[in-house]
Design a protein around this ligand. Sequence first.
Ligand code: H79
Length: 588
Amino acid sequence: MKTCLYTLALVAALPVLAQPQKTVDPQQRLEWWTEARFGMFIHWGIYTVPAGEWNGQPVRGLGEWIMNRSKIPVRDYEKLATQFNPVKFNADEWVAVAKNAGMKYLTITSKHHDGFAMYGSKVSPYNIVDATPFHRDPMKDLAAACQRAGIKLCFYYSQTQDWHEPNGVGNTWDFKEPSPLEFEKYYNEKVIPQVRELLTNYGPIGLIWFDTPRNITQEQSQKLADLVHQLQPTCLVSGRVGHGLGDYDSAGDNQISMGAVKRPWETPVTLNDTWGFKKDDHNWKPAQVLVRQLATTSSRGGNYLLNVGPTSEGVIPPESVERLAEVGKWMKVNGEAIYGTSANPFPYDVPWGVITSKPGRLYLHVFRWPGKELVLYGLRSKVQQAKLLAGALVRFAQKEDELNGYTALTLSLPAQPLDPNDSVIALDIAGKVEVDPSLQQQPDLTVTMPPQLGDLHKSPGSQARPDSRGVMERWTRAQDWIEWSFKVNHPGAFDVELVTSQQKYGDGWDGGQRVSIEIASQKVSGLVADNGKEDNPSNPYWPYVISKMGQVKIDKAGTYSATLKPDDIPTGQKFGLTVVAVRLVPAK
Ligand code: H79
């Protein structure tokens, strides 16, 4: 009898012990997230106590980096915790701000590089419950508030840098850099158990947003990704877990990729110039920029993660709340042109705005209202209906020729835009959306040739390539060149411009290269020089620099080729030829 009971107990325990790991197809994991398209980032930590000021002096750079920028010793920085008391924190209010903006998920810093846990952690007493007068776990409130509102809760966790721990990476002022063995110890004793806590104590988590993998090993990245998927099979792992092991790619901070990106991807963006609250940062992006960045990111197949930095009292700055409310107003009318959409089916940008798509639908996001008529070339499919999402049906006509089928769509518009931020026109398409992928002159008569749509001829060993923003990087050899093919419908005289990009928040740009551009067998040559800047609306920290190269004449409509060849690149350039595009602009 005894044996029998024992066996029964064992059998009963078996399903638990030998529970097969629930596996989830990564594609399935991504479903809600690619549908969502728009999330809120929240940077919140004890760096909001100094709020960008140390010893009475403003500290340049990002608010959450103050400990590093001012080389604040751990013993002094720790004291900030005793002053952190967010008595005005209200989880439902924060979640409502996100929801009213049209955001579908919320990613909050559970531990940033400073090492301070913003949740109740048993792993280290350096956390909000044990070390601050608040003595409460705000993540519990947020988890509940998110559940109520139908918003996915996600956690940011900095896995490599930890300026509080001798064996973490990054604090070079108190400690020496840890050996691989010491770092492994930190990893096993803090990172792994804290990530375990985050995935165990707060209900279902949408994703873990790791950051700055630095020099962690492939095994360490893999261990973290596996841990997340083992504890919550549907939880996503962000692109910055390291070694390409995330479920999706992450663009650089405040960077929006140029063309459509194959893998699912996300860009994190600041509302002003910092993530963590700084009292003297008033450089708020207008709602117009936010709406257009959101639409632009969607048009390239990505998610837009927009940051707010609440104060040490727990208040999201009113300037942020106002702008998000305006984005939300736009989303209420135009959300269907964002949620669940795919990238622009054309490989190039259109001059008046951006395009998103769904099966059987195209959404034309008009940023620059063209007046009474909007023309779209290269749409091969038949349009059944055109409608402004904010208003009425739109009259349209499609031009057709025997060889190519439909070639041009002309929409008759009201004289003024319905929404100065982004007026969306939805096109119903019969069957599949088919487009002519070849580069062509646009209705404003310009031709824009970006590197990723040309053939790059590289010399052996050259590292030149378009970066994730579509800007050429490491083009420092005169032997490398690019070739394009393009169509012209409206012949004429054109100014030839070389568009390059400033780098690193506008701090870096190399000019002085001598280049030749050949268009339709006519050659213009000149020096890359700054003949004026142009805003890059999707990447405001990387303005364009225009170099005027000369003039060419194209006499008849047809397909032509263009080449860009350096004659000379001065040695020792840091950035080289940061080409964004060769552009033909109708001569005045
Ligand atoms: O959490 C936000 C940033 O704190 C984090 N990623 C986003 C989402 C981030 N970690 N590292 N970086 C961004 C790159 C940071 C570079 C800089 Fe600096 C920090 C430039 C200025 C301050 C380090 C310190 C390099 C120069 C000074």
